[in-house]
Design a protein around this ligand. Structure first.
Ligand code: NAD
Length: 462
């Protein structure tokens, strides 16, 4: 795999300030596939200065010009789709077909959506005797996780650029090669020097330096709730804008009138996809008591079909963490009906697709985010019971509701404390706002709502 040994700052690959590096490991065979520099506060400072210097010029460009750069970026991402998919597969371990369709495919859609929004968004409006302007917030510090390495980057950088902001990105340490490819794509798209900058490095070093940098105006973070809480506190103390996309423990509520087989099969596929490393995965399946046994049987059969066809999890630490949760589920009395803590292969960070039945609300596996291919099936007595269980975690990122009639599912979904709900298997919409209620986060990504995160409002009275 190709790896740059520098940081992308002010439009060029520049040597890092220090000598430390991060090894990139393929989770399928545990082989080192590349090395990138581990950035320091000095690198972050150089990148922020470059973004600050580029800000006035980029903020002043016409929205049509920003739209043209984003269209070019979309085209480069589309043209380099195969290379992107191969890189994601090499550093994340996702099966190639999934990398092609999702990891490489979705960012093309999202970049395209912001090319269009930059051209059409109302950055100016009349309100009575006032003109209200939507102006870019300034320099954005973007910190992203490894689970959807390119999507998480594009979901921040594309709207930031559309708004007229400049960016310093600190990607996850497990997937920096995809981030370097993205930097190449930005350069190829003709985005001016300094508008986008990349510093690879460790979270507690480079990430923290970026989150704490006094000349960053907005920190946009996607990752764990624990780190997000710290970043939120730092931003609060500095009175600076912050967007937090954090963890989830979403409920898949199957109402009694639903097509049970469809709801269970789609639900299992949702959890196993990306080896369970999806923040919005529906990891709690809620089934009416009278259909519980049937649902458990269907889910176990569906999970068995995956065998070891799903990819590994990202690293050894995650594998051990997920296995620890499976062991905890068994210890707390849940019933394993598929998978288990044993690794299905001798090599690689693989976890068996796992399904637990007889999970009760207070169990650890029903409350904490596992971030692996593990589904918990819970029983409910009536609709109010289902609602109470569904809303009974600190999270509120996503969810699903299944019912015979769409209107019944919608009525239930409106009572869920969560930011997104798929009705009867509704499709992904790159324009729909994505983000959490409760401890799943603050702010929204994607579409016009995602763009507005990077804008601040000024009104002139006449
Ligand atoms: P993480 O919080 O450990 O890391 C995320 C990013 O933050 C990485 O770039 C990391 O280097 C950086 N980081 C770590 N410590 C930091 C610090 N002290 N200061 C600044 N930056 C720091 O999370 P992870 O393990 O990489 O990702 C998994 C988590 O992300 C899960 O909880 C998952 O639900 C969440 N996630 C949420 C969304 C969402 O949109 N809500 C999407 C994907 C992942």
């Amino acid at each position: 795999m190709k790896a740059h040994d520098g940081m992308y700052i002010d439009g060029a690959w520049r040597p890092a300030a220090g000598r430390d590096t991060i090894e990139v490991v393929n989770p399928v065979d545990e082989q080192v596939i590349g090395q990138v520099p581990a950035g320091t506060a000095e690198d972050v400072d150089a990148a922020v200065r470059s973004a600050r210097a580029a800000f006035p010029g980029w903020a002043a460009t016409a929205p049509a010009e920003r739209a043209a750069r984003l269209s070019a970026l979309r085209d480069v991402l589309a043209a380099r789709k195969d290379e992107i998919a191969e890189t994601v597969t090499a550093e994340l371990g996702a099966p190639l077909a999934f990398s092609q369709a999702v990891h490489a495919g979705v960012p093309v859609l999202v970049a395209g959506s912001y090319a269009e929004l930059a051209a059409t968004y109302a950055f100016e409006e009349k309100v009575g005797n006032s003109t209200v302007y939507q102006e870019p917030v300034g320099v954005v510090g973007a910190i992203t996780p490894w689970n959807y390495p390119l999507h998480q980057i594009v979901a921040k950088v594309a709207p930031a650029l559309a708004a007229g902001c400049t960016v310093v990105l600190k990607p996850a340490e497990d997937t920096p090669l995809t981030a370097q490819l993205f930097a190449e794509a930005v350069a190829e798209a003709g985005v001016p020097a300094g508008v986008f900058n990349l510093v690879t490095g460790l979270g507690p070093v480079a990430g923290q330096a970026l989150a704490e940098h006094p000349d960053v105006d907005l920190v946009s973070f996607t990752g764990s709730t624990a780190v997000g809480r710290r970043i939120g506190a730092t931003a609060g103390a500095a009175v600076k804008r912050v967007a937090l996309e954090l963890g989830g423990k979403s409920a898949n509520v199957i109402l009694p009138s639903a097509d049970l087989a469809k709801a269970v099969n789609v639900g299992v596929a949702n959890v196993m996809s990306n080896s369970g490393q999806t923040c919005s995965a529906w990891t709690r399946m809620l089934v009416p008591a009278e259909r519980y046994d049937e649902a458990v049987e269907l889910a176990a059969a569906a999970a068995e079909k995956y065998g070891d066809r799903i990819g590994p999890v990202v690293n050894a630490k995650q594998r051990d963490r997920v296995r620890g949760y499976i062991e905890k589920g068994v210890a707390e009395g849940a019933r394993l009906v598929a998978g288990g803590p044993e690794s299905p292969r001798d090599q690689g960070y693989f976890v068996s697709p796992t399904v637990f039945a007889d999970v009760t609300e207070r169990m650890t596996i029903a409350q904490e985010e596992i971030f692996g291919p593990v589904l918990s099936i819970l029983r409910y007595e009536d609709t109010e019971d289902a609602l109470r269980i569904a809303n009974g975690t600190v999270y509120g990122l996503a969810g699903a509701v299944w019912a015979g009639e769409e209107s019944e599912a919608v009525a239930f979904a409106r009572r869920l404390d969560t930011g997104q709900v798929d009705i009867n298997g509704g499709r992904f919409n790159p324009l729909a706002p994505f983000g959490g209620y409760k401890q799943s986060g603050v702010g929204r990504e994607l579409g016009a709502h995602g763009l507005s995160e990077y804008l601040q409002t000024k009104s002139l009275q006449f």
